[in-house]
Design a protein around this ligand. Structure first.
Ligand SMILES: [Mg+2]
Length: 222
C-alpha cells in the first residue's frame, strides 16, 4: 500500500478529528441564515468541500444573496479549537511513529482548509512538529495556491514541493472530493472510511479502502 516515496496526508478526518466540531458550527451558521441543517447533514453534504461552493449552494437554496459566512464560521471555529482540544484520528500517532522509525517515506499535509486552520488544529492535537523538516513546514493549503480539491492542483503542488513525481506519491484521504483530486493528479489514494462510507470512497475511485489507519501500519512492511 505504501510502496511510494511520498505520503500526502489530508488533514481533517485523517490526522485530526475536526469534522464533528467544524460541521456542527457550519450547520449552526447555515441554520441561522435560513437553511436548517444538522451536524450530520452538514457532514454528508459538505465534508471535504470548499466553503466558496457551500456559500453558492446556500444562496441557491434560500433564494437570495447571503452575507459572507466565512468570518462568523471561522471565528467560531478558532474559538472552539482553542477551548476544546482537538482529538487525533485513531492510529495517526502510531503511523507517524512507525514512519519515523522506518525512515523510508517523505510526508506532508495538503488540505482544502486555510493554513491558520491547519496550524491551529495540528498544534491543538500535538502533531504540528511531525510535519516540519529542517525548519520547513511541509504543510500545503489550497488557499495559498487558489485551487481546491476535487481539482488536482493542490496535490500536484505538494508533490512538486516535496520533489516527488505523482506516480511516487500515495494520498491518504477521508472525503470523496479528496479521492477524486488524487485520481486526477495521477496518484494512488488510500480512502479512510468513517464519516464517509467505504462504499462511497470506493465508488469515488480509492485505490484501497481502510476503516482504520492501523491497517496502513500493518501494510507498512509490504
Ligand atoms: Mg478530510
Amino acid at each position: 500500500m505504501l510502496d511510494c516515496q511520498l505520503i500526502i496526508f489530508d488533514c481533517d478526518g485523517v490526522l485530526v478529528d475536526t469534522e464533528p466540531v467544524t460541521n456542527r458550527l457550519l450547520a449552526e451558521c447555515l441554520t441561522e441564515i435560513g437553511w436548517p441543517m444538522t451536524t450530520q447533514q452538514s457532514i454528508e453534504t459538505f465534508k471535504g468541500r470548499d466553503l466558496h461552493v457551500i456559500r453558492a449552494e446556500a444562496e441557491a437554496k434560500v433564494g437570495r444573496e447571503l452575507p459572507d459566512l466565512l468570518p462568523t464560521y471561522r471565528s467560531r471555529m478558532f474559538e472552539a479549537f482553542a477551548s476544546e482540544p482537538i482529538g487525533l484520528i485513531e492510529g495517526a500517532l502510531e503511523l507517524l511513529d512507525a514512519l519515523d522509525e522506518a525512515g523510508t517515506h517523505k510526508r506532508c499535509v495538503a488540505s482544502n482548509g486555510p493554513m491558520n486552520k491547519m496550524q491551529a488544529s495540528l498544534t491543538s492535537a500535538g502533531l504540528i512538529d511531525r510535519f516540519h523538516h529542517e525548519g520547513e513546514a511541509r504543510i500545503y493549503s489550497a488557499y495559498d495556491i487558489g485551487i481546491w480539491k476535487p481539482e488536482p492542483g493542490l496535490f500536484l503542488h505538494a508533490a512538486e514541493r516535496m520533489g516527488s513525481r505523482p506516480s511516487d506519491a500515495v494520498v491518504i484521504e477521508d472525503s470523496v472530493s479528496g479521492i477524486v483530486a488524487a485520481n486526477r493528479a495521477g496518484m494512488r489514494v488510500v480512502g479512510l472510511a468513517g464519516l464517509t462510507s467505504a462504499a462511497a470512497l470506493e465508488e469515488a475511485g480509492a485505490t484501497w479502502v481502510i476503516t482504520s489507519l492501523n491497517e496502513v501500519l500493518v501494510g507498512l512492511g509490504g
